[in-house]
Each structure stands twice: as C-alpha cells, then as structure tokens.
Design a protein around this ligand. Structure first.
Ligand SMILES: [Mg+2]
Length: 387
C-alpha cells in the first residue's frame, strides 16, 4: 500500500439558472471544490474532497497547490494504511518527529483554514483507500452502523414570507420529516426573519422538524430578538446565530433561549470544537469533513459530542464525497440523529458520482459500498477541472 501519487483537482461546475438561489452569499452560480485522489502501487485509488468555502462557490487553486507542494512530498512512498501517523505528519510538518515521539501537537503555521481543508481531502482519500483495499465500507472499520437508516433533513428554504411555506412543504412532500430554511442578514431586519419563520411553521404544520440557519450573520442582540420571536414554534435548532469568532456572543444567545444552537461548519480541528464546548455556546456540533481536518478529525469531534452529551450533525453541503464521508461518520456515532441533504442546485452531489446516493423518501440507508462508496466520473472531472 505504498503511495505512488497524490493529486488534487479544482472542479468548477456552473449551476443552471433555474436552480440558482440567492442568500447572504449572493447568487450562487457555480459549485466549486477540490477533488483529491491518492493512488497506491497496486493501482488502487482513494478519493477525497477539500473545500475552500462553507457555501458553494470559491477558488480552489490554493488547495490544489497545498496538496501538490506541501503534502504530496510528505506522503509519496509511505504506507497509505498508517492514517493516524500520516495525519500527524501533515499537521506537524517538519516537527512531526517531535509530535510522533512526544505525543502532542507541534503544528506549523497552518493550524486553521486552507491548510487544514487540504489535509481534510487527503485524509478522506486515505480512509476511502483503506476501505477499498479491504473491500469494506469505512463505516465497518469504525464499528458499523448503529441503525439501518437515518432520516435526512432537506436543506434549503430561501423564499420570502409569502412563498416559504409552499417551498418547505414541497420538501416535505418529497418525504423529508424535517426541513431547514435560511434567515439572517439576507432578510434585512429581524422582524422579517420572524415573519418568514412563522409563515414556514404555519406552512409545514406542527409536526415537521424545522431548523433555521443564519449563516453567522446576526449580531448577538439580533439573534436574541429573533430567538425570542420564534421561541413558541418548537424549532429543531437555530444554526450559526452569530459570527463563529464571537464565542462570547454565541454563549449569550444560547443562554437566552431554549432553542438548541447548532454550529461548527467552518471550524477546524478538535481544538475549535473544544473551544465551542468550553464556551457553552453550542448544542449541535456540525463538523464539515472537507474542512475540519477530515474523517480522522471528525471521529475525534464525534467523541467530544458523545462525551459532552451534545448532538453531532455533520455539515454535508458539498460533493458526494464529503456527503458520503459525513453520512459514514453519522452512522458510526452515538450522538448523530439526522443527515443534511442539500436541495440547492448541486451538480457535485448528484452528477459527479458513478453511483446513486440512494437518498429516497427522506431516508439515508447505512453505506454498504467499499470505502466511502463514491467514484467520480472521469469525464465529469475532465470537463470541469480548472487548469
Ligand atoms: Mg449552515
């Protein structure tokens, strides 16, 4: 299992106009990500994903360069099965000898951000490779599924107060028992967000799980006003009420409401999630496996969720690769109950893989294919690669 080649490709896929949506990120016209492949001497290939942004669009050339120039030289010629040691090598760089010998972290400058995203893609490809080499799903290596299926929640909800009820009801009619809508600065003011959320609850009725996501755009006082205005609606969670760097603000918001607070999609490594937990600012941890440090780090974050009796809900707004890795993590974790399923225009979720993702009637079955079970179509990669 000696590594022969490590490669990343930036794919930029236009979204058809009729599938584009508008949020605080603007009009989303493309889906971009970095697809990582690792080939070993036998010719077997593992696939991973690294993201430059939590949303859809974003330049990924820096990720491609980090994989090619920073990580590939550290990995080529090494045994692909030694994933934990390879993670420590990537994270600690030239000081990895100290880290491996002394059992603590000696990170180089890239403790957060694109360096850790790039590592995430490599780590995901290594787990995929290990599963494929043993002809088992990665989930089996992590102890197997806790349940045969998990419910998916439909992630979307951008319409105004007049249309949001029908938009979300359309998701429910596809079989989803819970749905997520966007709120926050894109609404202009808190009163409009409250009106949209009340219209959403009225539209879907009392029994559908309803989440709201502010993308971190409220001030703490706006978030508290919003939470107070929708407190009686029985929301499943309130996601990213304030800027992820305002942990004290998030703590004030959480203390002000009984609505569970979700966050974490842009956080890197177990250390960020430890900080969120120590600040008592979160109820639902949402690591993105193409950002947080990969499945290896996702497993450590899941252990933090278990330990602190918090919910784990991996952020699954990416290609089929990070989606399937997030699904595998959820099935293997005691604290996960629901899977995010994007209903935005996302060709990387539905058109990139050879396989069918098998999300039907709002249910995700436990993965059964080797590795993470996703093989990117070669023609698709060639067509959309940015060179
Ligand atoms: Mg979100």
């Amino acid at each position: 299992m000696l590594i022969r080649e490590v490669r990343a490709r930036w794919v930029h896929v236009p979204i058809p106009v009729d599938q584009q949506h508008v949020s605080d990120f603007g009009r989303i016209q493309s889906f971009d990500t970095a697809i990582v492949s690792i080939e070993v001497e036998s010719g077997l290939v593992g696939w991973g994903e690294a993201k430059a942004a939590v949303g859809s669009a974003g330049a990924c050339r820096a990720l491609v360069a980090a994989v090619a120039d920073e990580f590939a030289p550290q990995l080529v010629g090494r045994d692909a099965r030694q994933i934990t040691a390879l993670w420590d090598r990537m994270y600690n760089g030239p000081r990895s000898g100290y880290a491996l010998e002394r059992g603590r972290a000696f990170p180089v400058l890239g403790r957060r951000g694109l360096s850790v995203s790039a590592m995430s893609g490599v780590d995901m490809a290594l787990w995929d490779l290990l599963g494929k080499s043993l002809d088992v799903p990665v989930l089996e290596l992590w102890g197997g599924p806790r349940t045969a299926t998990l419910p998916a929640y439909a992630s979307g909800g951008w319409a105004d107060a007049d249309g949001i009820g029908a938009q979300l009801l359309g998701y429910v009619e596809q079989g989803f028992e819970s749905v997520k809508m966007r709120v926050g600065v894109m609404d202009g003011d808190v009163r409009t967000s409250i009106a949209r959320t009340r219209a959403a609850r009225k539209g879907v009725g009392p029994d559908v799980g309803l989440m709201v996501d502010a993308h971190g755009t409220y001030s703490p006082s706006e978030a508290m006003q919003f939470a107070a205005g929708v407190e009686d609606l029985g929301l499943r969670w309130f996601e990213e009420p304030v800027n992820a760097d305002d942990r004290a603000g998030a703590r004030r918001v959480r203390a002000s409401t009984a609505i569970p607070i979700a966050a974490g999609e842009s956080e890197c490594t177990r250390f960020d999630f430890r900080d969120m937990i120590e600040h008592e600012s979160v109820d639902v941890l949402q690591p993105d496996l193409a950002i947080c440090g990969g499945p290896s780090e996702g497993r450590r974050i899941a252990a933090l969720a278990d330990t602190h009796q918090l919910e784990l809900a991996p952020h699954c707004w990416g290609s089929a690769l990070s989606f399937s890795a997030g699904v595998s993590l959820a099935f293997a974790s005691s604290s996960a109950r629901v899977i995010e399923y994007s209903l935005g225009g996302n060709p990387l979720l539905r058109e990139l893989p050879e396989e069918d993702l098998a999300v039907a009637n709002g249910l995700v079955p436990a993965p059964t294919r080797p590795g993470f079970g996703v093989t990117p179509k070669p023609d698709f990669l060639d067509e959309y690669e940015v060179t």
